[in-house]
Ligand binder design. Sequence first.
Ligand SMILES: Nc1nc2c(ncn2[C@@H]2O[C@H](COP(=O)(O)OP(=O)(O)OP(=O)(O)O)[C@@H](O)[C@H]2O)c(=O)[nH]1
Length: 309
Amino acid sequence: MNDSQAPEPGAEGQRCGLIAIVGKPNVGKSTLINALVGQKISITSRKAQTTRHRIMGIRTRDRAQFVFVDTPGFQTRHGSALNKSLNKAVLGAVSDVDLVLFVVEAGSFSLQDATVLSLLKSDIPALLVANKLDTVHRRAEIAPWLKSMQERHPFAEFVPMSARKPADVERLLDLIERYLPEQPWWHAEDELTDRNERFLVSETVREKLFRLTGDELPYTSTVVVDQFKEEPSPRHGRFVRIAATIVVERDGHKAMVIGEKGERLKRIGSEARQELERLMQAKVFLELWVKVRSGWADDAARVRSFGYE
Ligand SMILES: Nc1nc2c(ncn2[C@@H]2O[C@H](COP(=O)(O)OP(=O)(O)OP(=O)(O)O)[C@@H](O)[C@H]2O)c(=O)[nH]1
């Protein structure tokens, strides 16, 4: 797909390609990409619209290297600057890839699914991933539903599955592999993501933030990493000093994040620190701040400055 990365000779039989994962919010895209890549890199939550970045996850298995793009849920309800930027990210994703995984909940197809489906180009092969099959109790209804999906788009394959079942995930990888062009790998075998550790920090804090505040906190809350400094440490090998700010929209949200006597913020910080220490294999010092910045979701310039483009 990318001429500047033209295949080098001598990598016989290697396959490598870009795969976009698209679908409306909450169909299980993050869960799927985590399972496909084999390590947690993208946050999942019961809350819709938690995935705002395009995340690259890389899986190398046997002779194939799968480079995944996790796109945000396609937003049809609101027209704010944030959502426009999300839509752009989705549009970017469906055009420049070797394969698209179009994820829906097995047995269901809504107007929102149709909107995302309408973005797929007919010249890029697409697999229909009918996810959450484990929640479908009347399996007999799946066959006619699959047939109806056949009429909606010329899908290359139909894959009823559950992102939570490892065997299903491996079977999906087998299918995807056939659509990857024969060319040398772009990344080292052990590379998981091309996102840097600063990004890992904001994603990890954001995950804890949403998990520990439940459904009360709007998805527009975000995390900005102000400082990321690696310091020499004879005792710990690696020592990283991090300061990050949780940006919320209202005073009420700030109080919610901080919690009684600062308990909740403390817990967000300590859970994030522990996870980061494990992921980065370093001793981490994490300092968290909470700031109110009202209305940023509607301000195009600010959305850009937070890195959503
Ligand atoms: N039962 C079941 N639940 C699943 C499956 N896959 C994902 N889920 C759940 O569905 C919910 C949404 O999953 P996510 O992976 O966050 O969905 P997403 O499509 O990335 O959502 P956005 O980030 O909002 O776009 C989570 O509670 C998952 O645990 C599955 O195969 N079976």
